[in-house]
Design a protein around this ligand. Structure first.
Ligand code: ADP
Ligand code: MG
Length: 401
């Protein structure tokens, strides 16, 4: 399959060539024809498999074929960093098209956004909260939107954006195309699909729990008291080009980044309590390779595409299995390879087990060579729950009813 077979406009083909893409990825091969027909679409494919272009190219093609004034395409994403990145993808894919793009995100002033909107943006990439503010202030009109895309749709629901999304969708013409994309489109999404979509086609390249191939996963069990020390040792031992270290809390990320700085690592920090200026700067220096390690909360788990992240380290075991899939998906993008290392205390074992059930893999446990453990770590995973261990009382209670 080549891009030639996808019936893309010559100006988009020029964009594709300029980006250096030779062949479409599987999700692009399957989703683009459906999207070009104007059908509603639920697209599910592994992290790093090119979902952005799978919706950006059809959106641009629609605008080329049906030009007109006003905001014509609306892309909703869960985080500001992802909004900036999706904007870049549209600029790259649409390099030889005339369309203006506006980014509407929180944490920055309204002035520039109002200006971009009043100057006739055809494509708006937005986070739901700030977009709702613009709607309320009357600084954006959405009554000409033909295409709505929800990227990382399930994450936006997790973040509690459902009411905002409902309010936004209420402003859109009923007669429009709606597409949703994620590597983890679970059953929750059906509730949104029910009111936002018409007969959506499901284009699924992998089961919605699949970790991208090319990610080498390993778990280091360790006691709480030695976790920080082990992290430093892991980072020193690994051949790291660049790495993201994920923490569960903002406070934890701050503390950890201080510790790593003291050990001489070049560090950026990304979490929601930092100013947008600090967030942008952390992301930019990491992208440019000026900082080697980004310490982040799950805010960086979704969608972020940085070349050459060789390692993802889970300093905390993620509490939700989906988050694991997305965190480790920051490495091994576009058919690359990478390492995903998870540090696990005995308390975190249940969370790891539920991740293992979700992705259908039991991860190898290991000790770090030359690291002095004060307490010998347990390397055998607990036995999977068998028929015998099942909690029969629940069943008995039910059968009595
Ligand atoms: P996803 O949204 O599925 O996680 P992205 O859209 O962020 O993935 O794409 C991941 C990387 O793959 C990006 O760097 C992108 O430029 C690259 N990419 C996308 N499509 C192709 C293609 N057809 N050929 C080569 N690289 C591609
Ligand atoms: Mg994506």
């Amino acid at each position: 399959m080549s891009f030639q077979n996808l019936d893309l406009h010559p100006d988009l083909m020029r964009g594709v060539r300029a980006m250096g893409f030779t062949d479409p990825t599987p999700i692009q091969t399957q989703a683009i024809p459906v999207a070009l027909q104007g059908q509603d679409l639920l697209g599910c494919a592994q992290t790093g498999s090119g979902k952005t272009a799978a919706f950006a190219l059809p959106v641009l093609q629609h605008l080329l074929h049906k030009p007109g004034p006003g905001v014509r395409a609306l892309i909703l994403v869960p985080t500001r960093e992802l909004a900036a990145q999706v904007e870049t993808s549209f600029r790259d894919c649409g390099r030889f098209t005339p369309f203006k793009i506006a980014v509407v995100i929180g944490g920055v002033g309204y002035h520039g956004q109002k200006q971009a909107l009043s100057q006739g943006a055809s494509i708006v990439v937005a986070t739901p909260g700030r977009l709702k503010d613009h709607i309320q202030q009357g600084t954006i009109r959405l009554d000409r939107v033909d295409v709505l895309v929800l990227d990382e749709a399930d994450r936006m629901l997790d973040m509690g954006f459902l009411p905002d999304i409902r309010a936004i969708i209420g402003r859109l013409p009923k007669n429009r195309q709606t597409m949703m994309f994620s590597a983890t489109l679970g059953p929750d999404i059906d509730r949104v699909a029910a009111f936002a979509m018409k007969d959506p086609r499901r284009v699924e390249i992998a089961k919605p729990t699949t970790v991208a191939t090319g990610i080498n996963q390993i778990v280091y069990p360790v006691n709480q008291g030695q976790k920080g020390e082990l992290l430093v040792a892991v980072l020193q031992a690994a051949q790291i080009r660049s790495a993201v270290v994920f923490c569960r809390t903002k406070h934890g990320a701050d503390r950890l980044s201080k510790r790593l700085k003291e050990k001489g690592f070049s560090i950026g920090v990304l979490h929601a309590d930092r100013t947008q200026g600090q967030r942008t700067q952390a992301m930019d220096s990491f992208r440019e390779g000026k900082t080697q390690i980004l310490v982040a909360t799950d805010i960086a788990a979704r969608g972020i595409d940085v070349r050459d992240i060789s390692h993802v380290v889970n300093y905390d075991v993620p509490r939700h299995p989906e988050d694991y899939v997305h965190r480790v998906g920051r490495t091994a993008r576009a058919q690359g390879v990478g390492d995903a290392i998870t540090l696990m205390t005995p308390d975190e074992q249940p969370f790891l087990s539920s991740i293992e059930r979700f992705v259908g893999t039991v991860f190898p446990r290991a000790v770090l060579p030359n690291f002095t453990y004060t307490i010998k770590p347990v390397l055998t995973p607990p036995r999977p729950k068998s028929f015998r261990d099942m909690n029969w009382s629940r069943f008995k209670r039910r059968s009595r009813r």
